[in-house]
Design a protein around this ligand. Structure first.
Ligand SMILES: [Zn+2]
Length: 65
């Protein structure tokens, strides 16, 4: 008997972006695999977004388009 034990790769959707302050890579979770990420140093009043924090303590916003 054949058993297919495929692990779904879609558990967590993570993307790597560069911190706009120091350009360190920061991993953020995204709601949609197809989403385009826009990184901003400032909060803006559009769209879905989340706040990310880089290893150096910078805070920035990631928008999904
Ligand atoms: Zn940074």
């Amino acid at each position: 008997m054949e058993q297919s034990n495929t692990v779904s790769p879609e558990r967590d959707l993570d993307a790597e972006v560069a911190c706009p302050h120091c350009e360190r890579p920061v991993t953020v979770s995204v709601p949609d695999r197809e989403a385009d990420l826009t990184v901003s140093q400032y909060v803006a009043a559009f769209g879905e977004h989340s706040v990310a924090r880089c290893p150096a303590g910078h805070r920035f916003w990631v928008y999904y388009c």
